[in-house]
Structures are given as C-alpha cells and as structure tokens.
Design a protein around this ligand. Structure first.
Ligand code: RIB
Length: 313
C-alpha cells in the first residue's frame, strides 16, 4: 500500500488538555447509589493532550505543548513534569480565571477505566491563545489534537496548519459529531470503535462495518482514518483500501491513556519517516506498553522499548 505523506523529520506539536488525574483502583465498577471500598488512590498527571505530549517526549521526539493550566499548584506541578521531560512549555499558559483541569478516574481489576473530566483551565485554550503561539505552532511538522479543548480552537489551529502545509492528526476523543469543514482539515483521524460510531452515526461492530464507517469519513474529506481497536490493534483505512494491523499482547494494569499513547506513537513513526503501516505498528506497540503500569503516563515507553516489541513480534 503506498503512503502519500511520509514526513522525513521534524517536531511534534500537541495542542490539548492538561489534567490532574485523581485515580482510584477498584475490584469492580460500582452501581448508581452504591458505595464501595477502593484499593488505592493516586494523583497522576494526565489529560489527553498532556498524555500525548509526554508519550511523544518519552519516545525521544522534539515536542511542543500548547495548552492552558490554572495559576495553581497543580498547574505549576504539571509544567515541571513536562519541563523535566524536555517538552517545550512556552505555549502552556497559566490563567487565574480557572483551576487546572481535573479528571476523576476509576480503574477496575481488568484495567478498564471510567473517567469524568472537569475542564477548568482547558476551556480557556481559546482561538486567541492559539494565535498568540502561531509562530511556535508553525515551526512544527505535525500537530496532534483531541477534543478536550474548545472545538473552535481545534478548528482554528487546523486551518492555520493546513494553510502552512503542516500535518494534522485529530484524536476525536471525547467523541462528538464534527463538521465536514473540520474533517476536511484533518490528514488523519484516529477514533476508537465507539468514537467512530458517534462521528458517523454508523455501526462499527464488525470489521466490515467499521471499515465502511471509516470510509464515510474519507468521503467527508478526512485524509486517512486509523481506527484504534485496543488489544486487537488498528485498521488503517485510506482511499487505496483498508489494512488490518494486529496489536500486541501485554499484561494490562491500567488502560488509561492507551489511545493517547497510540497517537503519539503514530506521529513519532511518521516524523521518523516510517511508511504509514509501520507507523501504525509502532503506535500499536506504544499504546500496548502504556497499559502495563498504573496511571496515564508511568508506562509510556522509550522508542527503543517500543521498537523491541515491534521487532520481537
Ligand atoms: O485519555 C486519558 C485521559 O482522559 C486521562 O488522563 C484524563 O485526564 C482524561 O483526559
């Protein structure tokens, strides 16, 4: 399968949310009205944007983060974490109008999660904030975005990037219907099966249905669709056809941020000049390895570790 858009080198920008995750591990999820005793409680850095930036940095990528935190302890702590990983935080603004975003996360024994997010300062990642950092955004080759930030800002950034010939990868999470105008600006969209159904209004239950639903996004202007399927791997759907790319078996502890890590792996692979199919294989490995420890970011792998898994398969 030919790959029309391999990027040869470059810097990754992540535009998105920065949350502090308040994570409880439980034997099982509780029912409405029921109180149960959890096993552990931890505070982690998270948020889909921050997770993608940390995963990219851990893979050794030159990474810029564009986001907004509160002028509070959580915000300062998050910027320190990013700085320690050499993520460029010059475009992470601090606001005193809202606190740093927070996510309440439950993780059950199988490593599955349930998440409730209070956006806080993430809601202030406005079009103006994006414009203030346009020069830094334009110095990047590929930009990863998600939907925990205002959609107008995602749209604004995508339009600037398209005009400059830069690549946009949109992780449509949390899912919501999107305009054709935004989809047209996306080189790659990376939904999971549930997100695909919400985006298209079509069932993605079987492989055939999922491919058909993904193809409907191509008709609406998306460049390529890479469907994330957790342990099953991914399906790359392009105008040339569909390719199933199997996942990797690992011991799962916590699936939080597996999708975020997948996106970082995909962007890293493309920036390193991998053909799309190999970049998706790398993304599968990065996503899988990220699930092997508690918390969103703890088990995100180095490039060496991810390639070991790919090559050992
Ligand atoms: O994708 C996982 C992330 O979703 C968590 O880190 C949480 O902050 C929510 O944004």
């Amino acid at each position: 399968m030919s790959n029309p858009w391999t990027i040869q080198s470059g810097k990754i920008c992540v535009l998105g949310s920065l949350n502090v995750d308040l994570t409880v591990t439980l034997e099982r999820f509780h029912q409405p009205g029921e109180t149960i005793t959890g096993k552990d409680f931890h505070t982690f850095t998270g948020g889909k944007g921050g997770n993608q930036a940390v995963a990219a940095a851990k893979l050794g990528m030159d990474t810029l983060m564009i986001g907004c935190v509160g002028a509070d302890d959580n915000g300062r702590m998050y910027k320190r974490v990013l700085g320690d990983l050499k993520v460029d935080t010059q475009a992470v603004e601090e606001t005193d109008e809202a606190p740093t975003g927070v996510a309440l996360i439950e993780v059950d024994e199988k490593g599955e999660n349930r998440i409730a997010v209070v956006p806080g300062a993430n809601a202030l990642l406005t079009c103006d904030l994006v414009s203030r950092h346009q020069d830094k955004l334009m110095a990047c080759d590929v930009c990863l975005m998600q939907l925990e930030s205002p959609v107008e800002s995602v749209n604004h950034a995508a339009a600037l990037l398209r005009r400059a010939g830069k690549k946009v990868i949109l992780d449509p999470a949390p899912a919501r219907p999107l305009s054709d105008a935004l989809l047209f600006l996306c080189d790659i969209v990376t939904p999971n099966e549930t997100e695909l159904e919400i985006l298209t209004g079509m069932s993605g239950q079987t492989e055939e249905q999922a491919i058909e639903a993904a193809a409907s996004l191509l008709k609406r202007g998306v460049g390529d669709v890479v469907l994330k399927r957790g342990a099953k791997g991914a399906i790359w759907v392009s105008r040339q056809g569909a390719r199933v790319i199997p996942g990797f078996k690992v011991d799962v502890v916590d699936t939080t941020a597996a999708g975020d890590s997948f996106n970082a792996g995909l962007a890293a692979g493309l920036v390193m000049g991998f053909p799309m199919e190999d970049a998706v294989r790398l993304a599968n490995a990065v996503g899988a390895l990220s699930t092997t420890a508690a918390g969103a970011q703890a088990a995100m792998p180095s490039m060496e570790r991810a390639l070991e898994l790919v090559e050992g398969a």
